[in-house]
Design a protein around this ligand. Structure first.
Ligand code: PLP
Length: 479
């Protein structure tokens, strides 16, 4: 496909302006001279070519609205369009971020109610909606943990993170100045309790537990873990980015967690990918309330206001008030589904993942074979041994069949990992069709491994240098 620059023809234009019938103002008086450049190389194309170009480009893009997107840990589920309609209401979109509270009562009410809903769903005492992503929420949560110890004059230096945690957890701990210490997983894919007991000293601020973990497994020993961590004065952090596995079924606050971050853009339905927009609210129990970011919204009678005077607060973590449109979508999602609907989401997400796991088990080895939550992790070990076909080849081959590949080579504790998250929005027919393709690829790997290793065969570009594409993106056109 040609670039828009290659389609350019001098003098061609996508619009025409009527002849001026009022006195002309010399442009230079209005626009600074340095902005009036003639040498900017902009493409010149007709309207029809412009429309065709961008429509064709958009069709080359893969998204949830186009097909099945089982990217493990990312919850690329279908997002109901009613959320978009509500988020686009002019009362929300036209509100200036600096509008004083008196002029933003409806939006403040929505934020307060969302905090209350999230507190209820997850069993926490309060939430902040400021963080703009999951990892940002983690950072905020760990900053609060650090402040909690600082105000006690207790300078703990370490934070514990299981090897089945999400990769952003150690990064968040390290950014807050903690030394991160890895806790091993046991044979069941849960936290090795003895190892935790040995590591949990008075120098440890707490444990960051991804639950369900990156193996798609629910931690079976949370109460014992909470007892060990709290027993040494530590705090228990929950990475709740994948809460569509348990919302409505169990509440982290009841299980002994002190702090949790959520990913509204995953669990509570916002299209995401390529960096945003996201929202990573953080919920805390009473012991951490004083450290929540400011400003906080307070309700005074039936009016809402911003309040800054919380002396122990970690301060502001985001400009303005976070990604408000994501909050509107999450609010709409919760209100349209209701408690029973949210619970059903978790049930179907878990059912779908287990269906897929059982159906594909004869063809691909499963990393930890027990009931999984919202995702299941396979290993391509058998394919490597049998025919030298790697997980990356299987992922590339899926592109030929029109599917977005699952997450691969993550979690890192599983060799040749394939992490498949089907989500609650997919039908039995979609799951079956995907399984048929995965079975076909397993057969192709045995019978025609060279073909699988040279996949994809049907896409506009083949095997890209992904690392270089990310590190040195070449986005300039040189004519
Ligand atoms: C997605 C994810 C994150 C990171 O969330 P971002 O919004 O991408 O920063 C953290 N933890 C887990 C378990 C996740 O799945």
């Amino acid at each position: 496909m040609d670039l828009i620059f290659e389609k350019s023809r001098p003098g061609r234009t996508a619009g025409s302006i009527p002849v001026c019938d009022v006195p002309e103002v010399i442009l230079e008086q209005v626009i600074e001279q340095r902005l009036l450049r003639e040498d900017v190389d902009l493409p010149e194309v007709a309207e029809v070519d412009l429309i065709r170009h961008y429509t064709m480009l958009s069709r080359r893009n893969f998204g949830v609205d186009v097909g099945f997107y089982p990217l493990g840990s990312c919850t690329m589920k279908y997002n109901p369009k009613v959320n978009e309609d509500v988020a686009r209401l002019p009362g929300f979109t036209e509100l200036h971020p600096l509008a004083p509270a008196e002029f933003a009562q409806g939006s403040l009410r929505l934020m307060v109610e969302l905090q209350i809903f999230l507190s209820e769903i997850f069993g926490m005492d309060d939430f902040t909606l400021q963080p703009a992503a999951g990892a940002h929420g983690e950072l905020t949560g760990v900053m609060m943990m650090k402040k909690y110890f600082e105000t006690r004059g207790d300078h703990r230096r370490q934070i514990l993170i299981p090897d089945a945690a999400h990769g952003t957890n150690p990064a968040s701990g390290a950014l807050c100045g903690f030394q991160t210490v890895t806790v091993r997983s046991n044979a069941e894919g849960g936290v090795d309790i003895d190892h935790l007991r040995n590591l949990m000293t008075g120098d440890v601020a707490g444990l960051m537990l991804t639950n369900p973990n990156t193996l798609g497994l629910f931690e079976r020993n949370i109460e014992a873990i909470a007892e060990i961590v709290h027993g040494r004065g530590g705090l228990l952090y929950c990475d709740g980015a994948n809460a569509n596995a348990f919302m409505g079924k169990t509440r982290p606050g009841d299980l002994g967690f002190d702090v949790i971050q959520l990913n509204l853009h995953k669990t509570f339905s916002t299209p995401h990918g390529s960096g945003g927009p996201g929202s990573g609210p953080v919920g805390v129990m009473k012991n951490l309330l004083d450290y929540l970011p400011v400003p906080r919204i307070v309700k005074d009678g039936d009016r809402y206001a911003w309040r800054e005077d919380y002396p122990d607060s970690i301060g502001r973590v985001r400009a303005f008030h976070g990604n408000f449109n994501v909050m509107v979508k999450a609010y709409t999602y919760i209100r349209t589904l209701g408690p029973e609907g949210l619970k059903k989401c978790s049930e179907v997400a878990v059912l779908n993942a287990n269906y897929l796991k059982e159906k594909l088990k004869p063809y691909y080895d499963i990393a930890y074979d027990r009931t999984c939550m919202h995702e299941c992790v396979f290993t391509g070990r058998r394919q490597v041994q049998e025919s030298g076909v790697h997980t990356s080849d299987i992922a590339k081959r899926l592109l030929d069949y029109g599917y977005h590949p699952p997450t691969i080579y993550f979690p890192m504790i599983v060799p040749e990992a394939m992490m498949i998250e089907p989500n609650e929005t997919e039908s039995l027919e979609t799951l079956d069709a995907f399984c048929d393709v995965m079975m076909a690829i397993a057969r192709e790997s045995r019978e025609n491994p060279d073909m699988v290793k040279s996949a994809p065969l049907t896409t506009p570009v083949k095997r890209l240098d992904e690392v270089r594409a990310a590190r040195e993106p070449d986005v300039c056109w040189k004519g």
